[in-house]
Design a binder for this molecule. Structure first.
Ligand code: 13P
Length: 369
């Protein structure tokens, strides 16, 4: 095998993204997904509204204390702040690495109604090369797996197909100089308990590392982005789950299936409230230090870093300063949680659940069969 010409840069990127006390903001919502969140604020989903929202998140003073990277949607990678300065240049000055979502969304699996794989492998290598040229240094690909105990979901074939796609994407991204974040999200939707979540996560994440090995992807040049191990959102257990319970089970599963060579596990927030996501990450890091976990455990949250700030902003320039302050405070709370040092009152506006049914499924939840 010939050596990857980007090897040293990929190593530096991995180190940068997993530095202590920092994590990643996932601000890479597709136009459809962000449109649903803007609609809640009665805002129109236009390129300018999206640009203004992303300006609030990119330019928030002090966010660089907590962010090592920011994942952008393709449109944002080429946008500028209101004075015409490219977002990519602003991020570079803040020492926040720009990342890019490279998948193009979920697609249904005809043979297994209600399950999905992910689109975007076509032309991926050319797109990665263009994103690198524009300043991106890491990438994200999201697979979404759904638990339905009665139907035996996720099905083995869909687990394996998603794992194969994630590995093909990771190899392609690496060969174009982008450090791949490998995201097999197990959706929080469902009535299953935590034990089922753990068993499914073991199955899914093991399949991902098998596929990476089969495709000769060096895992030390990848990051994993999983959901924490929690009961389904509609289960009885959900009400009683505590950060310590989540931390114990999440760490147990990760230790079982994630190779030591992986530099970082950057969790998604998946519908947890802002406060819950921070507290769970904090508990995880306290436990990980005690148990000497081999990887950095951090955040790559979307909703749990944006919700309160977005509400304050509400599309109005006059609210920008206050919204930016909230965005940075929530970011810094998570930076402290990465160190296991978050305490006191959470800066967000409350413990409101950020659950969205079957996120990313076009047209809402899949029909039951
Ligand atoms: P949430 O943290 O809102 O789940 O989003 C993270 C993400 O990037 C999922 O792809």
């Amino acid at each position: 095998m010939t050596e990857n010409p980007y090897l040293t840069e990929l190593q530096t990127t991995a180190k940068h993204l997993t530095q202590r006390g920092k994590g990643i903001l996932a601000a890479d919502e597709s136009t459809g997904t962000i449109g649903k969140r803007l609609a809640i604020l009665s805002l129109e989903n236009t390129p300018e509204t999206r640009r203004a929202l992303r300006e609030m998140l990119v330019c928030a003073p002090g966010n660089d204390e907590a962010y090592s990277g920011m994942i952008l949607f393709q449109e944002t990678l080429y946008q500028t702040d209101s004075s015409g300065k490219p977002f990519v240049s602003i991020l570079k000055e803040k020492n926040i690495l720009p990342g890019i979502k490279v998948d193009t969304g979920l697609k249904p699996v005809p043979e297994s109604p209600g399950e999905t794989t992910t689109d975007g492998l076509e032309d991926l290598s050319n797109r990665c090369a263009s994103y690198y040229a524009q300043g991106a240094r890491f990438a994200k690909w999201r697979a979404a797996l759904r638990i339905d105990v009665n139907r035996g979901l996720p099905s083995d074939s869909v687990v394996h197909e998603n794992a194969r796609e994630l590995a093909t994407y990771a190899a392609t991204a690496q060969s174009e100089g982008l450090l791949p974040i490998v995201e097999p999200e197990i959706l929080i939707d469902g009535t299953h308990g935590q034990e089922v979540s753990a068993a499914v996560a073991e199955r899914v994440i093991s399949a991902v590392y098998d596929a990476l090995r089969e495709q000769n992807v060096p895992v030390e040049l990848t990051l994993l982005k999983p959901m924490m191990i929690m009961p389904g959102v509609s289960s009885e257990e959900r009400k009683n789950v505590t950060p310590d319970i989540v931390a114990v089970e999440t760490l147990r599963v990760m230790k079982k299936v994630v190779p030591e060579q992986v530099p970082g596990i950057m969790f998604l927030s998946g519908g947890m409230s802002e406060e819950e996501a921070t507290k769970n990450l904090n508990a995880l890091n306290i436990l990980a230090e005690k148990e000497k976990a081999p990887w950095s455990l951090s955040f790559s949250f979307g909703r749990a870093l944006q919700h309160s700030a977005m509400k304050i902003w509400n599309g109005d320039k006059n609210n920008l300063e206050e919204a930016m302050q909230m965005a940075s405070e929530v970011a810094r709370a998570n930076g402290r949680a990465q160190l296991g040092k978050f305490e006191g009152k959470h800066p967000s506006s409350g413990s409101e659940s950020l659950y969205e049914g079957f996120r990313g499924w076009r047209g809402g939840a899949p029909k039951a069969v």
